[in-house]
Design a protein around this ligand. Sequence first.
Ligand SMILES: *Cc1c(COP(=O)(O)O)cnc(C)c1O
Length: 481
Amino acid sequence: MIYYDKLIFEISKPGRIGHNTPKNDFPKAVLPSSLLRDEDAMLPEVSELDVVRHYTNVSKKNFGVESGFYPLGSCTMKYNPKINDELASLSGFQNIHPLQPITHAQGFLRIYNELSIYLSEITGMDAYSLNTYAGAQGELAGLMIIKKYHEDRKDFKRKLIIVPDSAHGTNPASATVAGFDVLEIQSNPDGTVNMDALRASLSDEVAGLMLTNPNTVGMFEKDILEISDLIHDCGGLLYYDGANLNALLGVSRPGDMGFDITHLNLHKTFSTPHGGGGPGSGPVGVKSFLAPYLPGPIVEKIDSKYHLVTPSQTIGPLSNFYGNASVYLRAYVYILTLGKEYIPMIGKLATLNANYIKESLKDLFKLPIKEHAMHEFVYDGLLNNPHQIKTLDIAKRLLDYGIHAPTIYFPLTFSQSLMVEPTESESLETLDHFIETMRTIVDESNQNPDMIKTAPHHTIVRRLDEAKAARNPIVKFKDII
Ligand SMILES: *Cc1c(COP(=O)(O)O)cnc(C)c1O
């Protein structure tokens, strides 16, 4: 097949074109010669049909939530209703210019303002800035707020951010980038905070604690109110990593648990397609005493008009203009479509679905944590494993059955972690299909272990040498053609 395995540059033929543009009547002299190209851009020369076939074939090689079950733990790969995309692409939103006078952008500003209010209501916080582009950037904003808050109180010795060792890697990274030292504390075997370790780490140098609840193993932090008291009594602030909010949505609120600052991952919890690294939005929410520190501008309603406001002690802007508008337009539609009535179903169904799978396969897979899980849970390899089948092998074989692999080898707490997050979107039949497929794979691994160890066999790309791919990545098409 001429199209199937080729880069678009490989089917390029000099002089072939796919479109006619009007003649350029823009006077060249307007641009300084330093800005003009010496050579033509290296673009593929292809017909329209070549382009259509190429991208149609590329799209068939892709795997997404719309192709099959995608239980990638920690990533909340739920279904993203099409109405979100449709309304976010209305021309009134798409064509708005970031420098447009605000009198011409009242509708957009209203959505910014109302979404901030809805997120505050859902999470029990008082104010939000939507300016940050991702969860990790929201973390950075939150930590910069913690820093400025202590500095404004002339409390300069608070240099430590406590992070449990079960945290997502972005937590210690953000704390370091914000200029703190990270004090890692060991978690309990189920990833929850070890209260003795926490007590031992407290001092007047502690600026704050970062916590994910439920944590990355899917466990709810039962001691959260006591944790909150301990941190606040020693003068620190409590930061909520909101990546797992899906488990609690509409059921309980970080603001009520004592958190002072939170980031949300709108692309995870509030349904934006986010495979392959983007797009994202990581709003930062705070209790009222920290609202003056939010990154700005934010939008406020004053005398029935919407205005851009720079909070009085802002840490400064962290993005151009308003942030990733298309993601929060989708979140706005998603929240309004479900409303107060159905949003609580999200957390409950996500939890039910995870526990249904967890209990259904515990005769075959090791369950390092047996307690009730929230939206995700972890298996730690096969219970009976005479052929030394690894989690990697199971994950690769799932691809042959058209199912995206769960997250593997995270969390690091277990050697064969396989972390499953089905989300609330999936039907009972899909969950049963996954369970049956896992059973088939375990049978196969007893009958024919070599076949499992060399899977996948039916995908376009077979098992990769991952060390080689990491050490010698080929990322430029010129290295191939
Ligand atoms: C995804 C995730 C993050 C980082 O969020 P991004 O939006 O990918 O930057 C942080 N913490 C946890 C627990 C996550 O799952």
